[in-house]
Design a protein around this ligand. Structure first.
Ligand SMILES: [Fe+2]
Length: 323
């Protein structure tokens, strides 16, 4: 049963209950504007409560570049941000831009937006009664969880490179024999989704011990004994309950990133993650994206292990149409 069936409709921009979004979807409009006047006081209060709860967690566990991004974007706890204001700060730093969307973006389209330095951004915000459970992404996850990382030039280049891998995969798919095209393309999409999940959404990274307090040393080589793990994945950065858990809990397995493992590792989205992977730094992550493309081309991702995430018809078709 979905929230749409149980909760009353609102006239604001609450996730799954916003008439503005339903009307846009009804017209088939994927890219929309942010109707800022529709945010209710309750919507702004939800943003305030989430932001206030996360600030002390970010200071302890977030990657230093994320903290810098928060400052550079002038994000605040006071109200839901306007995308156009965020973009004014973001564009000079990395040429990235947040673009409002009405909802789900098929996989190829999503990755192709990244290639063009555009980030599809949800504009609704979660229900005030369920701050910790998200039926789908919301503006807090997208703007407070993802966009601060986009201020970093290297990280933004990683996203662009990932979008280029999707283009490579679509071209590879086009050249396949029709009897194999669906199966192989689905497998490659699954591998890409797993890569994205265990890095951009739930990735951990090494940082110098002392973390945010030692921002000035982050680019200098450090001995392994002087490093600790921090969070750069947006799913963790936007979760009150999971960010600390991801770093300190004995229940979480944390392993060095291995492409052959990640590409074959299923995940479930509806509970805290028991398995996370860490990279050394942004250069390491960039190199792994390059390797992902090599594996697309060499056929190593043609038959990855089954399981989550499921590749739906829209995702598959978006790749087939792009090839
Ligand atoms: Fe996300």
């Amino acid at each position: 049963m979905t929230i749409t069936e149980t909760a009353p409709a609102s006239n604001d921009l609450t996730t799954t209950r916003a008439p503005f979004i339903e009307e846009a979807k009804g017209r088939g409009d994927l890219f929309i504007h942010q109707p800022y006047e529709l945010y209710s006081e309750e919507n702004h209060e939800t943003w305030r409560r989430l932001y206030a709860a996360l600030v002390p967690q970010w200071q302890r566990f977030a990657h230093p570049r994320f903290i810098e991004g928060l400052n550079n974007l002038a994000l605040t706890s006071e109200r839901v941000p306007r995308l156009e204001e965020i973009n004014e700060f973001l564009e000079p730093l990395s040429a990235f831009e947040s673009k409002a969307v009405s909802g789900y973006v098929p996989a190829y389209l999503f990755f192709d937006c990244l290639r063009q330095r555009e980030f599809p951004t949800t504009i609704t915000i979660r229900d005030a009664r369920s701050l910790d459970y998200l039926p789908e992404p919301d503006i807090f996850h997208d703007l407070a969880g993802h966009v601060p990382m986009h201020t970093d030039r290297t990280f933004s280049d990683i996203l662009v490179r990932f979008g280029e891998v999707a283009a490579t995969a679509a071209k590879m798919s086009r050249d396949l024999d029709s009897s194999r095209r669906t199966k192989v393309t689905s497998s490659v999409i699954k591998a890409m989704a797993r890569f994205f999940w265990f890095t951009v959404e739930f990735g951990l990274m090494k940082r110098p011990k002392g973390g945010a307090a030692r921002l000035e040393t982050v680019d200098e080589p450090v001995a392994p004994a002087d490093t600790e793990l921090c969070v750069y994945g947006s799913g963790l950065l936007s979760s009150r309950e999971e960010i600390e858990y991801s770093i300190v809990s004995d229940e979480v397995q944390r392993y060095p990133f291995r492409l052959e493992w990640v590409a074959n590792q299923y995940f479930e989205i509806d509970h805290v993650q028991p398995l996370l992977f860490y990279v050394d730094d942004f250069d390491h992550l960039f190199a792994e994206v390059e390797r992902l493309e090599e594996w697309v081309l060499s056929g190593r991702l043609d038959n990855v292990a089954p399981g989550e995430p499921l590749v739906n018809e829209q995702d598959l078709q978006s790749f087939l149409d792009a090839g």
